[in-house]
Ligand binder design. Structure first.
Ligand SMILES: [Fe+2]
Length: 427
């Protein structure tokens, strides 16, 4: 059994935002009373009953919470040697002003009407931060769509401004075959987006435990496939039975291999580890987090979810190399802090290594350009991943928000769109 992972409130993601939001709401004394039921409902539900019994069978569930493959501190304050060290981490997070933490004018986006994209074309549209619209093998996907608000209240974790407003909405999105949810943090899972798309999604795929939120918001359990790491679900079959196609590693230092069951030939979504955490309230890690692979139409796309650098990128790359590797990977690149939370988000040089480990042909850096959750400039992830990707064996793609990425088109490239806003600042 791995050592107990310590728990504390968390700068840079869900639980910390929740604590700040709750303090702010109490001080203002208005939001919760004006829309009390709606506010409480947006937190979702903790797994219990039948779902909790299912969770307790997972080897990733130990001592009442999900665990990473290796002991992981969410912040350095959890392993701080002194009170002053802990205080310093919190003082920096709460008081330090970061120049250029947000763009000083609205971002220009490509206003692509997702409904008009030919369904037969393999393509993706990055919708800022970690929200993605994707078409592959004739299937339509949404990944972590946040059409509205990435926090419990609008004045916390404010979205950047976009020319003409945020360019995507449920009304401008076609019905989709599959919704993939990587984990339950606020900046990835928005209750109102779930409600708005509820009758327009063929099936849902998500890590163990996240189903409790979707069920709480009215999504039928029969539409949801809940995956543990190394599980797979078939596309086109709502609520598809989870398939075990890998021999899971006996210990976290060993790699998984394809198991005795035949490898799926159709359209499949695989779940793999990520090094992160979860939670929408003070109680952490009651739902699992994961990375995913979509395989259909002879192509494969990798979705990192949120997380720090670890051996799973190399492991997943090795598993799919014989199949032809990945055509495209969306890798988390933003909201990092190598000093204060080095293990649960990747910094750009690590992201370039992750793409190399995966053996992907092309990579899009995500988890940036909508929220400021860390102490770097808003353009730091894009500047640094551009530098870190030079000479590496993959094509870096930096689409403007809303640009259409043609999956498998080796000739496509995108200009450094953020340069026009920062001028000489990043020189
Ligand atoms: Fe997260």
């Amino acid at each position: 059994m791995q050592p107990e992972e310590k728990k504390a409130a968390t700068p840079g993601s869900g639980p910390f935002l929740t604590r700040r939001a709750l303090f702010a709401c109490a001080a203002a004394g208005t939001v919760a009373t004006a829309s009390g039921c709606s506010f409480v409902s947006s937190f979702g539900e903790t797994p219990e009953g039948e779902e909790l019994l299912e969770i307790e069978k997972s080897s990733n569930w130990r001592d009442g919470a999900f665990r990473n493959q290796f002991p992981t501190s969410v912040t350095r304050s959890e392993g701080a040697r002194s009170i002053s060290e802990t205080a310093g981490i919190w003082r920096r997070f709460l008081t330090e002003k970061i120049p250029d933490s947000r763009p000083d004018r609205p971002l220009h986006c490509t206003r692509t009407d997702l409904r008009k994209l030919p369904k037969t074309e393999d393509l993706a549209v990055w919708m800022a931060h970690s929200s993605i619209y994707l078409q592959l093998g004739g299937f339509r996907f949404l990944v972590d769509p946040v059409f509205f608000q990435g926090s419990p209240v609008p004045f916390i974790n404010r979205s950047y401004e976009f020319e003409g407003g945020y360019p995507f909405s449920p009304g401008l999105t076609p019905d989709v075959d599959c919704w993939i949810q990587t984990h339950d943090h606020w900046d990835h899972l928005d209750r109102d987006s779930v409600l708005a798309m509820k009758d327009r999604v063929g099936q849902y795929v998500m890590p163990l435990g996240v189903r409790s939120h979707f069920e709480c918001w009215g999504v039928g359990k029969n539409l949801i496939s809940s995956l543990d790491w190394y599980d797979a679900a078939e596309l086109g079959t709502p609520g598809a039975a989870v398939r075990q196609v890998f021999t899971k590693p006996a210990d976290p230092g060993k790699a998984a291999s394809w198991g005795p069951a035949p490898a799926p030939k159709g359209a499949v979504i695989y779940a793999f580890p990520a090094r992160h955490f979860s939670g929408r309230s003070m109680k952490r890690d009651q739902t699992l987090w994961a990375s995913f692979v979509i395989e259909t139409g002879g192509k494969r796309v990798y979705l990192s979810g949120d997380g720090g650098y670890d051996g799973h990128f190399r492991e997943v790359g090795a598993l799919f190399r014989a199949k032809g590797g990945f055509d495209l990977a969306f890798l988390e690149c933003g909201q990092y802090n190598p000093r204060d939370w080095p293990e649960i988000h990747s910094w750009p040089e690590q992201v370039a290594q992750e793409a190399t480990d995966l053996g992907t042909k092309a990579m899009v850096p995500i988890h940036n350009s909508r929220y400021s959750l860390a102490r770097h400039t808003w353009y730091d992830p894009l500047e640094k991943i551009t530098a870190a990707s030079r000479g590496k064996p993959f094509r870096l793609l930096t689409p403007r928000i809303g640009d259409v990425i043609r999956i498998g088109d080796d000739s496509q490239s995108f200009p450094a769109w953020w340069k026009e806003l920062i001028g000489k600042k990043a020189a």
